[in-house]
Design a protein around this ligand. Structure first.
Ligand SMILES: C[S@@+](CC[C@H](N)C(=O)[O-])C[C@H]1O[C@@H](n2cnc3c(N)ncnc32)[C@H](O)[C@@H]1O
Length: 102
């Protein structure tokens, strides 16, 4: 898991809780009260469902970073919809950066 190694090298590993397994299961229970950052980089087709599991815990101002979001059109439609509750913009190559609104 490259991300885990990067977190360790960057001295951030103690700030992160890693849940190994199918995200649809590991993120379906016992979530923290609030979440500040969500990085989506798993199966693109699951982006909307994963966001749905986490969304109620995202604090206002929380960031959602979705890699290769062009392969997740349903996800893009959701975060870019004016009624979706996000301010969202493409960022760099193939990344969608979204901020949770109040
Ligand atoms: C593009 S790679 C991301 C790698 C990651 N950024 C890293 O540095 O380790 C996509 C990863 O998502 C994983 N994945 C796909 N669907 C998943 C799911 N439902 N739950 C957990 N992981 C999943 C795949 O096994 C693959 O390792």
């Amino acid at each position: 898991m490259r991300a885990k190694a990067n977190l360790r090298e960057g001295g951030l590993i103690d700030l992160v809780e890693i849940r190994e397994g199918d995200a649809l299961e590991t993120l379906s229970a016992d979530l923290p009260e609030t979440i500040d950052l969500l990085l989506l980089d798993g199966a693109k087709a699951l982006y909307p469902e994963i966001l749905g599991l986490i969304e109620s815990r995202l604090r206002p101002g929380a960031l959602v970073i979705a890699d290769n979001a062009d392969f997740a059109p349903d996800y893009l439609e959701r975060v870019r919809s004016p009624a979706g509750g996000y301010m969202s913009t493409p960022f760099g190559d193939e990344v969608e950066l979204s901020m949770r609104l109040g």
